[in-house]
Ligand binder design. Structure first.
Ligand code: NIG
Ligand code: FE
Length: 421
């Protein structure tokens, strides 16, 4: 048995603990459960006690000298950040497309000409499993360096059976080998493969009959996602895919209303999706339906910035009662970043979330978006000791001093994985 870990004297300990279960909306998004001069007592990777340093000194009076001590005086301590939406497993890169967009081409034009998702699909098909593991592992290291301790990852750069399974198996292996926790989503309907252009329904049938059963049999994913967008999959096709996934126990997610309003948010509520993603062009009706159905809006302000689009209406969604989470959308086309701290900055700057809401969106609500709120997302007794110490003393500084990595130390399940001076 390893020594207990005692993190003490945190100037501000943002526990994110509240009584409310499930995703937080409205005022609950501002409840950070702040403790001044806070302490955490950790054993076997699990949080055993949370309180003021005085509380912990009293509770563990007889065992204080047993512990390995980390003094967080002058520092902010939060739960490990959670990234609930990434496309982290991919081959190659697309810097030429970045230039092309600056020269005036649009994201959809590039994709329709065989670039974009199709280009990455070609490079991912060519890559071996070992190459994908090596490249993805480096990105996961970078996530840890930015204070992220759990990452969702999607397939979708194959759109053929072999490559989809390859991507998901890479995630399964990395879940075992890498310190970070990875949560898998099947996204075979990420684009329409060229050979199925104009025959989308046929591909949907193929995906349902041939791909989903194998994904389920090997237990390769927990979630099922689809790019519901004009020129990609219609709401009706998306519904077929998501309903079929449900019969295998896969929880629906939807890339919705990113480029045009297309009924994606409405569909998310209809099929009982755990979250709808992007939502730059969500309709009023869609927003109301999401609030009623408690569907989490997973917003991706770095993607909007990178595509030079106006960000999603995060402020309006929170005010309308939609629970909001945020994510990097880490992918080689529309958001090649692993920086959740930057995403928190942008959530404030471009979507007008408050610093407190942005922190909730990147921790507790993000955990809810991947159905992990029972074990991560807040610092509470019984939860995993996924913890970040930041080189600032107040949570507002995290969002205020922007574009900077403030991470000082990270623990994953009680093991220190980042230590920066
Ligand atoms: O979430 N919108 C679709 N999918 C990704 C982009 C993937 C890519 O361009 O490679 C997204 O932004
Ligand atoms: Fe995405």
């Amino acid at each position: 048995m390893s020594k207990p870990l005692w993190i003490k004297h945190a100037t501000q300990l943002a526990t994110l603990a509240t009584k409310q279960e499930g995703p937080r909306s409205k005022e609950a998004m501002s409840e950070l459960g702040l403790i001044e001069d806070g302490s955490l007592w950790i054993e076997n990777g699990i949080i055993q006690a949370v309180g003021t340093t005085k509380d912990i000194e009293k509770q563990y009076e007889k065992r204080l000298t047993e512990a390995e001590v980390y003094d967080a005086k002058g520092l902010l301590v939060t739960p490990g950040l959670v990234d609930p939406h990434t496309h982290v497993v991919y081959g190659g890169s697309r810097e030429r497309e970045f230039e092309m967009r600056l020269e005036g081409a649009t994201y959809m034009e590039i994709m329709n000409e065989g670039g974009g998702i199709h280009a990455t699909a070609r490079m991912t098909r060519e890559a071996t499993e070992e190459e994908l593991i090596e490249q993805t592992s480096k990105r996961l290291d970078s996530f840890l360096q930015h204070g992220v301790t759990t990452v969702e990852g999607k397939s979708g750069y194959g759109m053929d059976l072999e490559t989809e399974l390859k991507q998901l198996r890479v995630m399964k292996k990395l879940q075992k080998e890498h310190a970070i926790d990875l949560v898998s989503t099947f996204m075979g309907a990420h684009a329409v493969p060229f050979e199925y252009k104009g025959k989308e329904d046929e591909f949907v049938t193929y995906l349902i009959d041939e791909m989903l059963p194998l994904v389920a049999r090997e237990k390769l994913a927990e979630f099922n996602d689809v790019f519901c967008e004009k020129g990609v999959y219609t709401p009706a096709q998306s519904e077929r895919i998501l309903e079929a996934g449900k019969t295998y126990g896969l929880i629906p997610k939807i890339h919705a209303d990113e480029i045009e309003p297309y009924g994606g948010a409405e569909l998310a509520a209809k099929v009982g999706a755990i979250s709808a993603e992007h939502l730059l062009k969500v309709s009023e009706e869609g927003m109301i339906k999401m609030a009623e159905g408690n569907v989490i809006a997973c917003l991706l302000p770095a993607t909007a910035l990178y595509l030079r689009e106006e960000a999603a209406k995060g402020r309006k969604m929170i005010d309308a009662g939609v629970p909001v989470a945020i994510s990097t959308d880490c992918n080689p086309g529309s958001s090649p970043t692993t920086s959740m701290p930057l995403v928190m900055n942008l959530a404030c700057i471009s979507m007008r979330l408050t610093p407190a809401e942005a922190l909730t969106a990147a921790t507790y609500n993000a955990a809810c978006a991947i159905n992990r709120q029972q074990v991560i997302g807040s610092l509470e007794v019984g939860k995993l000791a996924d913890i970040v110490v930041w080189k600032v003393s107040d949570y507002r500084e995290l969002q205020y001093l922007f574009g900077v990595n403030h991470v000082k130390a990270v623990w994953k399940k009680g093991v220190q994985v980042v230590n920066q001076e």
